[in-house]
Design a protein around this ligand. Structure first.
Ligand SMILES: Nc1nc2c(ncn2[C@@H]2O[C@H](COP(=O)(O)OP(=O)(O)OP(=O)(O)O)[C@@H](O)[C@H]2O)c(=O)[nH]1
Ligand SMILES: [Mg+2]
Length: 235
């Protein structure tokens, strides 16, 4: 794609959380990302790329921390543009990440779902594109659904997980729920919050783009969902 660089979202310089390198403290971990680069941006279903590899998507309400989490997962501060103003990501952005053991993933950053300050027409347009991507994308193996640790599971989160749940079992991606911004909760309250995250029954991984907490646990689950063997091969 010749004009891919032109579509690349501009990066924000100031005010982002300091992403810890994924794998810091776990030197030479096989899951640690050594190379990551922007690949593609799509602003409509028609602009989605043909097969480029195993896809791991990041979905959730606007401003919940999707783009920041991707920076932390790849150990890069500025791979993905983030902002304290909701509505930052306005296209479906693909980033290729290569792990130490050779496994390669396409990390897919989705725009925030249901951002209230956009026009209804724009919200509907993006709801349709996100729904189309989550319910039909053939190479999607896992959807990390981000929920603010302090707010819990809401209507938008149920909708997003519903798009995936409606797929036939044989090609249904795994939904992994993560509670973001866990650093904003006192340590003593975290376990209880994760257990009681309102409206959700399964396991929730607490993560922080600031401290790097939960990143190794999330990579283990993502790699399992992508069927990555010990050798780094993607089945
Ligand atoms: N304290 C803290 N702040 C975070 C964390 N993750 C993200 N943030 C902040 O939350 C804001 C939103 O982060 P983004 O990563 O841009 O959120 P997003 O979900 O991609 O937002 P949209 O693209 O607008 O949907 C930014 O100000 C980040 O610095 C975290 O783990 N801890
Ligand atoms: Mg974003």
């Amino acid at each position: 794609m010749s004009d891919s660089k032109d579509k690349r979202p501009r990066r924000r310089i100031a005010g982002r959380p300091a992403a810890k390198p994924a794998g810091s403290g776990t030197a030479k971990a096989p899951w640690q990302i050594l190379e990551a680069e922007f690949k593609w941006a799509a602003q409509s279903t028609e602009q989605l790329p043909a097969q480029i590899g195993v896809e791991l998507a990041f979905a959730g309400r606007s401003n919940v921390g999707k783009s920041s989490l991707m920076n932390t997962l790849t150990g890069r501060r500025r791979l993905v543009r983030t902002s304290s103003t909701p509505g930052c990501t306005r296209s479906i952005n693909f980033f290729e990440a290569k792990a130490r053991d050779g496994a390669v993933f396409q990390l897919v950053d989705l725009p925030g779902y249901g951002y209230a300050k956009r026009s209804k027409a724009e919200r509907n347009l993006w709801a349709g594109i996100i729904e189309g991507y989550l319910s039909e994308r053939q190479w999607l193996r896992a959807v990390t659904l981000l929920v603010d640790a302090r707010r819990g599971f809401g209507e938008a989160d149920r909708l997003l997980s519903g798009f995936v749940a409606a797929r036939p079992k044989k090609d249904r991606p795994e939904v992994i729920v993560v509670a973001t911004k866990i650093d904003k909760l006192p340590k003593a309250k975290r376990r209880a919050m994760l257990r009681s995250l309102s409206g959700y029954e399964g396991r929730v991984i607490g993560v922080s783009a600031v401290t790097g907490e939960g990143i190794e646990a999330l990579w283990q689950v993502l790699r399992k969902a992508a069927h990555v063997g010990d050798s780094g091969d993607v089945a």
